[in-house]
Write a protein that binds this ligand. Structure first.
Ligand code: HEC
Ligand code: HEC
Ligand code: HEC
Ligand code: HEC
Ligand code: HEC
Ligand code: HEC
Ligand code: HEC
Ligand code: HEC
Ligand code: HEC
Length: 338
């Protein structure tokens, strides 16, 4: 939050200086320091050198498990073309490590181990990844997974997560296992950890079968930023829905005006207390836009459709093709009764 305020402040300053001073003066007198400071944070300690993973780990075996996982992962398996050396190694993210292992000798480690004490490397000289502001954390990953080169990161920078200081680290734990993929099943738990309202909605009596493992957050949302209001996978809500409900796509000979263009006119996307994910119970759902009507009984007289024998009834008991139909009703109009 703080850094966003700081950035906004800086932007305001920039605007004021531009208006009052002009560009040349700005370049000379006010170097874009925040960016340079960013770079310094990301590069790490300027006095340290890169020493390679082997030298890091030779000094101490504490990180064997991490290394085993990492080597078995897609990232760890990438080799540089010319040298055959690892393309991504510990120092790619943690910064140059020479200072961290400078004072570690095998003798010291062995002596400490004999006393039952672990020998920490001087990790304070490495990049303090956890303390970086969220955009800087993401830059660590984006230097390789650039938004241009990675298909699913095209919308990252403008995406709601990036804008709200959620970083790659929040969702990707590169050390948790050799498998770097976030499986759809795991994504549910991950997303719930920040989106409690959504978790609550998926617990309502009528809900998309997410907990049942048949629908996933990432079916509808792109966590790296997407189109429209809620980072949807498709341009519109409707397109997102008809991926899995193609029979609602149409076009139909008799459309329900343009009402069905927007599924959320009648449905909640996550969950609802009303059956079929409806935003209101029938007949009230329909009575928001229509008046009820009477129907002639075969034996004579009329009953109120929607409110019969003291009970509210469902309009869709008769208007069952509410999403549109190709079949005309008895009057030859499209009234969704078949
Ligand atoms: C792709 C980037 C990346 C690479 C490569 C990487 N790390 Fe990490 N490492 C991280 C991140 C991110 C964290 C978590 C920082 C935080 O606390 O938010 C981390 C945390 C750690 C920690 C802290 C303890 C822990 O488990 O959280 C250790 C130790 C560590 N890494 C060692 C290594 C070693 C050894 C290697 C090489 C085998 C390595 N890392 C390679 C990104 C990376
Ligand atoms: C030094 C370059 C480099 C850095 C830094 C880096 N990566 Fe990677 N990463 C790669 C390469 C190369 C691959 C394997 C090729 C690929 O799948 O794109 C990869 C693979 C991955 C994969 C698995 C893709 C798959 O399909 O299995 C994930 C997830 C990933 N990286 C996340 C991250 C995260 C999160 C960070 C930041 C903490 C990060 N990477 C930092 C180079 C890098
Ligand atoms: C809000 C959580 C979240 C954030 C933030 C996030 N990711 Fe992801 N990422 C996911 C999920 C979930 C998947 C798997 C589903 C998918 O492909 O959409 C994924 C997939 C990936 C993949 C493809 C490998 C795979 O599992 O299919 C890469 C590479 C990747 N992310 C890199 C990044 C990088 C780099 C950043 C930061 C710029 C980032 N992600 C930020 C949740 C996130
Ligand atoms: C580290 C916390 C965190 C995690 C994990 C996380 N999000 Fe978010 N998400 C946020 C924040 C913060 C916002 C912006 C504020 C808001 O709208 O709640 C946001 C916004 C969103 C929005 C847009 C809401 C809107 O009003 O437009 C969607 C959709 C979303 N997240 C989906 C996901 C999905 C899917 C996952 C799992 C792959 C996920 N998030 C994981 C923190 C998180
Ligand atoms: C069946 C598709 C679908 C699934 C699955 C889904 N969403 Fe949504 N979600 C939507 C749609 C559509 C909206 C837009 C609602 C609107 O515009 O009013 C939305 C809105 C949101 C919002 C912003 C509005 C709000 O309700 O706060 C968040 C956050 C969100 N979803 C998170 C999640 C998370 C987290 C998951 C997984 C646990 C998830 N969604 C699963 C379709 C889905
Ligand atoms: C990833 C596929 C997928 C997407 C996308 C999707 N649905 Fe579903 N939907 C399902 C599944 C699976 C069911 C459960 C069907 C069953 O139980 O037979 C379901 C059930 C429903 C139900 C009936 C619920 C009930 O209680 O019977 C409604 C209504 C519905 N979806 C509306 C929508 C709307 C509106 C959207 C867009 C916001 C949408 N769906 C997007 C897969 C999806
Ligand atoms: C005018 C209100 C309305 C709109 C708009 C609407 N629906 Fe429905 N939908 C309903 C009603 C009412 C039911 C329950 C019908 C029943 O119980 O027989 C229903 C049921 C469903 C069902 C479950 C039963 C079935 O027929 O398969 C799905 C799936 C569904 N709708 C998807 C969608 C999708 C996708 C959209 C957007 C393209 C959409 N709906 C737009 C009113 C609407
Ligand atoms: C968001 C408003 C809205 C909702 C909710 C809605 N409708 Fe409609 N409906 C319309 C509009 C607009 C039309 C087309 C204009 C017209 O002819 O009255 C229409 C047309 C119809 C028609 C054809 C009317 C004719 O004269 O041909 C029927 C039948 C109908 N709706 C039934 C229903 C039923 C049943 C429900 C509840 C499941 C419902 N509608 C929910 C807005 C709505
Ligand atoms: C018992 C069956 C039945 C029920 C229940 C029912 N309708 Fe109808 N509705 C019809 C029939 C039959 C027509 C005439 C169809 C035709 O024109 O061929 C009709 C026509 C309509 C029309 C077209 C305009 C008009 O007045 O002629 C609308 C709008 C409509 N119904 C809305 C509703 C709504 C809203 C509800 C729930 C409150 C509802 N209906 C409940 C059978 C029913």
């Amino acid at each position: 939050m703080l850094s966003r305020v700081a950035r906004q402040g800086f932007f305001m300053l920039l605007v004021i200086v531009l208006v009052s001073g002009g560009c040349d003066k700005l370049k000379g007198e006010r170097p874009l320091r925040p960016i340079r400071e960013y770079e310094k944070m990301i590069v790490g300690n300027l006095y340290a050198d890169y020493v390679g993973t082997r030298n890091c780990l030779a000094a101490c075996h504490e990180h064997d498990r991490l290394k085993l996982f990492f080597d078995a992962s897609t990232m760890g398996a990438q080799l540089k073309k010319g040298s055959g050396m690892p393309l991504v190694d510990c120092e790619s993210c943690h910064g140059p490590g020479s200072l961290a292992v400078r004072d570690l000798t095998p003798d010291l480690v062995a002596a400490n181990a004999a006393k039952g004490v672990k020998t920490p490397c001087d990790f304070k000289t490495l990049i303090d990844l956890a303390a970086l502001p969220a955009p800087a954390q993401s830059l660590i990953c984006l230097k390789c997974h650039s938004a241009n080169a990675t298909f699913n990161l095209h919308n990252w920078n403008a995406g709601i997560h990036a804008v709200n200081e959620v970083s790659c680290f929040d969702c990707h734990d590169v050390h948790s296992s050799p498998d770097l993929k976030v499986t759809p099943l795991a994504s549910g738990r991950l997303c719930f950890s920040c989106h409690e309202a959504a978790q609550m909605e998926f617990s309502l009596s009528s809900h998309h079968p997410l907990k049942e493992g048949r629908v996933f957050c990432v079916d509808c949302h792109d966590p790296h930023g997407g189109f429209g209001e809620s980072s949807l996978q498709k341009d519109t809500v409707r397109e997102t829905c008809v991926q899995c409900h193609p029979e609602k796509r149409g076009p139909f000979l008799y459309e329900h005006a343009d009402v069905v263009e927007e599924c959320l006119n009648c449905h909640a996307p996550h969950g609802s207390v009303n059956q079929r994910l409806l935003v209101a119970r029938e007949p009230f759902l329909c009575l928001r836009c229509h008046e009820g009507h009477f129907i002639n009984k075969p034996e004579g007289g009329a009953i109120s459709a929607g409110y019969a024998r003291g009970l509210y009834t469902r309009c869709t008991d008769c208007h069952s093709r509410i999403h549109g139909t190709d079949v005309p009703s008895s009057s030859g109009r499209g009234r969704f009764t078949q």
